[in-house]
Design a protein around this ligand. Structure first.
Ligand code: CTP
Length: 213
């Protein structure tokens, strides 16, 4: 069996929260369960794991170094600060946009609802894949509700990842305990049966160990 002793792997997990004002935020739906399970499975194979976690209420898996962040900009900075790494697994559901936040709570008033000016967040995965200090193996996730493989193939190319773990979220995956995934790479597509998130994590960790050799 391959091990990951001596390897450093960065994992992102959970959502990001993008503040609108001190009491409100924009967020994606993500429990963080799959990313935390992957971080735990990699550590169990002996890797040094840096888990960059958005706001979730999950316990840190054993032997994992956790860095808590709130926003996409903070997550991007934490991933860069964690380099160098042998591999990166980007499981976080990063908010695509942020707001230039108000320092004071926005009050309801005579002016009607506020207009939010959205600014695009950096694509953390794509930025890392093009970084001169790019980890040897860069893995992204893609949550899709339709044309799962087709969209994953497009993301693989667009983001410069080595593998995309395509996640069929048309069922009850969000917050659930099982996942149906397809590993999409230049070598083709490997489809796994519906598995508990813990088993997806273990299999993926084994596959990463084999790929790093
Ligand atoms: N991702 C990222 N930074 C972002 C957006 C996404 O690192 N700002 C990563 C996710 O962690 C995931 C992969 O990119 O590994 C795909 O995320 P997804 O939300 O499916 O992709 P998007 O680029 O948002 O594409 P779309 O909304 O068109 O499906």
């Amino acid at each position: 069996m391959s091990t990951l002793t001596g390897r450093h792997i960065v994992v992102t997990a959970g959502p990001t929260h993008e503040p609108i004002d001190p009491v409100r935020y924009i967020a994606n739906r993500s429990s963080g369960k799959q990313g935390f399970a992957i971080a735990g499975a990699l550590a169990a194979l002996g890797a040094r794991v840096t888990l960059v976690a958005g706001p979730v209420t999950l316990p840190t898996p054993p032997d994992v170094d956790r860095v808590d962040v709130e926003t996409a900009l903070e997550m991007n900075a934490a991933v860069n600060a964690a380099l160098p790494a042998d591999a990166a697994v980007m499981v976080a559901a990063v908010a695509d946009w942020r707001v230039d936040p108000s320092t004071q709570k926005i009050k309801k008033g005579a002016n009607g609802p506020p207009t939010l000016h959205l600014v695009e967040n950096p694509d953390i995965l794509a930025t890392l894949a093009r970084n001169p200090r790019r980890p040897r193996l860069v893995i992204g996730f893609a949550a899709e509700t339709e044309h799962v493989i087709e969209h994953a193939r497009a993301k693989l190319a667009r983001k410069g990842a080595d593998w995309i773990v395509a996640n069929d979220v048309s069922g009850d995956v969000m917050g659930g305990d099982a996942n149906t995934v397809h590993i999409v790479s230049a070598d083709g597509v490997e489809s796994w049966e519906r598995l508990p998130k813990g088993d997806v994590a273990t299999r993926l960790a084994d596959r990463i160990a084999a790929a790093l050799g």
